[in-house]
Design a protein around this ligand. Sequence first.
Ligand SMILES: Nc1ncnc2c1ncn2[C@@H]1O[C@H](COP(=O)(O)OP(=O)(O)O)[C@@H](O)[C@H]1O
Ligand SMILES: O=c1ccn([C@@H]2O[C@H](COP(=O)(O)OP(=O)(O)O)[C@@H](O)[C@H]2O)c(=O)[nH]1
Ligand SMILES: [Mg+2]
Length: 207
Amino acid sequence: MEFSSAEPFKGEGCLSKEKNLYITFVLGGPGSGKGTQCAKIVENFGYTHLSAGELLRQEIASNSEDGVMILDMIKEGKIVPSEVTVKLIQKGMESCDNGKFLIDGFPRNEENRTAFEQIIGAEPNIVLFFDCPEEEMIKRVLNRNEGRVDDNIETIRKRLKVFAASHYPVIDYYSKKGKLCKIDAIGTEDEIFERVRPVFAACEGVQ
Ligand SMILES: Nc1ncnc2c1ncn2[C@@H]1O[C@H](COP(=O)(O)OP(=O)(O)O)[C@@H](O)[C@H]1O
Ligand SMILES: O=c1ccn([C@@H]2O[C@H](COP(=O)(O)OP(=O)(O)O)[C@@H](O)[C@H]2O)c(=O)[nH]1
Ligand SMILES: [Mg+2]
């Protein structure tokens, strides 16, 4: 496990002036189990879960100005412009008293990462990366059954290509900063959570 950063981040952004932020980015390909494990982390460690994909889907459902553009991007498996996503994450963070956030499915590329740092003025304390083979991710997404427009084999192939082309620099950046915690995402949900638990248990004492 290559992770060391247990201190809450006190940065210059408007959010971080108001409260101690403790931010975890939760990364991994489509179907790697990010959302499933986030639910368990929330249950056990009291974080606020902000799924970037869910925030974007809510924006589509609310018929907002950007909704049509977001839907087109999601159908194609493309990454929505950073400013749109970061603004939604910012709104989610500001509407919450709790400063402990799980940001799920973001940043998906380097541009996402730098936009978050610029707009929010903070960086994550920990980055979880769920490492899962492609064939397993495909199987899980095709069985997900949540009625999502992007859970079909054609879009999954596109999402996997986008993931392969864009995630590595982000992972590498945080690995070099000693913030990356890579989790083997093969196993039952409970087995995987037992790999996740020590990461958060180690931080309990310093929050
Ligand atoms: N360890 C696991 N083994 C088998 N299926 C899983 C596991 N974890 C999650 N799933 C299932 O796989 C699908 C994708 O999981 P999800 O948490 O939505 O992944 P992600 O948010 O990374 O796309 C869901 O239907 C979920 O119930
Ligand atoms: O920061 C983000 C998060 C999601 N998405 C879009 O939303 C889709 C679904 O993302 P989500 O994280 O919900 O999918 P998951 O990886 O959980 O299957 C992605 O394929 C992208 O098109 C995006 O553009 N930026
Ligand atoms: Mg998800």
